[in-house]
Design a binder for this molecule. Structure first.
Ligand code: ADP
Ligand code: ADP
Length: 225
């Protein structure tokens, strides 16, 4: 029972030109339901490319992508967008919260866009914010929150629509080490509480060691550390 199955991925840029780069070459990775996997790779190794393919933002040149047992290769744009909205939550190094809306609204809005009723969306947003300890800051705009608080709100937003898979690219990368530790603990607690599967890219080996399994990207392949 897998949340994510990537098999034999090939991905290159500028194919056939002198500037050709082969990024993924036979990359295979499975994330089981409820499993949290750390993806460790040096800059330029293809982490973002892999996460974008897993999150249906990009397509591989070859290979297969399945989310929740459903094959995603060959789906039309609309079906992919639909699957991405329903099944995948994204977290980035920089939170990209909407600056003109409050913390609560930032977690409510994606749910409204997904057809959830306002009262239900607010209740879920409050529950998520409470879980990561930022409910007292719910009515503040992002600029009034600390970096760690902003990132916690971004976690809640990513989980707002109950995705099956969470994809995170350096989720605590812009925070100081102490804050990073606390914010990572909040994220893990949220992920465990919801039984979510996650693929989390990080340079931080200490954080990686706290996940279920660590994999690396090496010469376009996914290898177990
Ligand atoms: P990472 O996230 O590990 O830093 P990326 O997936 O962003 O790695 O990039 C992997 C390699 O592919 C890098 O060499 C990068 O320069 C190259 N690359 C990424 N996107 C493009 C693109 N759109 N066109 C050309 N080269 C790209
Ligand atoms: P919506 O139109 O509802 O905002 P999208 O289908 O455009 O949703 O995007 C779904 C998710 O994918 C969002 O979390 C968004 O941040 C992310 N996303 C969309 N496009 C990109 C992109 N080019 N690069 C990185 N993330 C993206």
């Amino acid at each position: 029972d897998f949340a994510l199955e990537l098999a034999g991925l090939e991905k290159g840029y500028n194919r056939g030109k002198p500037s050709e780069v082969i990024v993924l070459h036979g990359a295979t990775l499975e994330v089981k339901r409820g499993e949290v996997v750390a993806l460790v790779a040096p800059s330029g190794a293809g982490k973002s490319t892999l996460l974008h393919i897993a999150g249906l933002l990009d397509t591989p040149d070859e290979g297969s992508v399945a989310l929740g047992g459903r094959n995603m290769v060959g789906l039309g744009d609309r079906a992919r967008t639909e699957a991405r909205r329903n099944d995948v939550g994204f977290i980035y190094q920089f939170h990209h919260l909407l600056p003109e809306f409050t913390a609560l609204e930032n977690v409510v809005i994606p749910q409204l866009a997904n057809g959830v009723a306002k009262a239900e969306a607010e209740a879920r947003a409050r529950e998520l914010l409470a879980h990561v300890g930022v409910l007292p800051r719910a009515d503040h705009r992002p600029a009034a929150l600390s970096g760690g608080e902003q990132q916690r709100v971004a976690f809640c937003r990513a989980l707002a629509n109950k995705p099956k898979l969470l994809l995170a690219d350096e989720p605590t990368g812009n925070l100081d080490p102490t804050t990073s530790d606390q914010v990572f603990a909040a994220l893990m607690s949220l992920v465990r509480e919801t039984g979510l599967s996650a693929l989390i890219a990080t340079h931080n080996l200490e954080l990686a060691a706290r996940m279920d399994r660590v994999v690396r990207l090496d010469k376009g392949r996914v290898v177990t550390s």
